[in-house]
Design a binder for this molecule. Structure first.
Ligand code: TYM
Length: 330
């Protein structure tokens, strides 16, 4: 059976980008067709400045949202990264497999490091080594597929390189994984700044739809989305990024095709209105299920604990084998 691994970072409230780029497919497709593991990667959230109480809250909320979105613990494994030591154990071996140059080339590192520096802060060393931990996440489980948004493609590519390199140097240990992306909305853009991706840790939140935003807030954000010069509705990601983004979101919500949808609109206003309603309707059940689950945090925690047990049992033998293969006495 195919094995799948993916994760979400609790650095902020989860967004429409997380949902359309990743979570929705985990729920609708991946958990049904494969042995799937989904992880709240809380260790990754320590790579930028953080507040312990907020991290704890956001990690619980992310886990609750994964279940609210429809991940079923009977079908898949949901857990928190920090509860399975194998991630950190293997991460060190990945740091000893990767080169400094490879890490520095990562777009996410360059962007986030620049952002931290602009804020006057220092850059945590773990921000640089982040991809080693992410590679460990994936390789520890022998996952063949990694369903992610387009922004994670470079990290999965590096994971492949590290797996191949490790196998060549030390003997066949790891499965070489590949990223999979959704057909539409693999990269949801910020509504106010449609040339950059919608991100959960952006300082300006007007262009970011959070999964737990009230319907009125979602409507307002979508209605105020930046559109482009001109007024006809055409699907052109280069020349008309704002409109193309709305068409992508509407298409994703309605299982449509963005180019075909464009033909049905003669004004931006109507497109925004339909997009806003489609997003509100799509998120409605997630919001209400979240409210139910959040009322019983111990049930969510029980899911996470059972998930960590299962995850550990899967990861342990392969990580042990990697230690042996590298020549450690462990
Ligand atoms: P993260 O937490 O930024 O995002 C979680 C998932 O959501 C996708 N995503 C988007 N997709 C489309 N449009 C957007 N605007 C958008 N924003 C986020 C991401 O591509 C991702 O699939 N490094 C990862 C977390 C991670 C991971 C892993 C993923 C750690 N270890 C192992 C897969 C496998 C991250 O920061 O995702």
């Amino acid at each position: 059976r195919t094995r799948i691994f993916s994760g979400v970072q609790p650095t902020g409230h989860l967004t429409l980008g997380n949902y359309l780029g990743a979570m929705r497919r985990w729920v609708e497709v991946d958990q049904h067709r494969a042995e799937a593991l989904f992880c709240v990667v809380d260790l990754h959230a320590l790579t930028v400045e953080h507040d312990p109480a907020r991290l704890r809250r956001l990690s619980r909320q992310a886990a609750t949202l994964l279940l609210a979105a429809g991940l079923d613990p009977e079908l898949c494994t949901v857990f928190a990264q920090s509860r399975v030591d194998e991630h950190v154990r293997l991460s060190y071996l990945m740091e000893c497999t990767a080169s400094d140059g490879e890490m520095r080339r990562m777009i996410q590192y360059k962007e986030k490091a620049a952002r931290e520096q602009a804020r006057g802060g220092s850059v945590r060393l773990s921000l640089l080594t982040y991809p080693a931990l992410m590679a460990a996440d994936i390789l520890a489980y022998g996952a063949q597929e990694v369903p992610v948004g387009e922004d994670q493609a470079q990290h999965v590519e590096l994971t492949r390189d590290l797996a191949v390199r490790f196998n060549q140097r030390y003997g066949a240990t790891f499965v070489v994984p590949k990223a999979t992306h959704p057909a539409v909305a693999a990269r949801v853009m910020d509504l106010q700044e449609p040339t950059s991706k919608m991100g959960k840790s952006h300082a300006r939140t007007a262009g970011v739809v959070y999964l737990l935003d009230e319907p009125e807030v979602v409507r307002k954000k979508v209605m105020r989305a930046v559109t482009d010069g001109g007024s006809e509705v055409v699907y052109d990601r280069e020349e008309r990024p704002g409109v193309a983004n709305l068409l992508d979101v509407l298409a994703a919500c309605t299982d449509g095709d963005p180019e075909r949808l464009a033909e049905g609109y003669s004004s931006y206003g109507a497109l925004k209105k339909d997009t806003a309603e489609a997003v509100v309707e799509m998120l409605r059940p997630v919001r209400s299920r979240h409210a139910e689950l959040a009322a019983d945090p111990s049930a969510v925690d029980a899911v996470l604990r059972a998930g960590a047990e299962r995850a550990r049992a899967i990861a342990r033998p392969r990580v042990d084998a990697a230690y042996q293969a590298m020549g450690l006495l462990a």
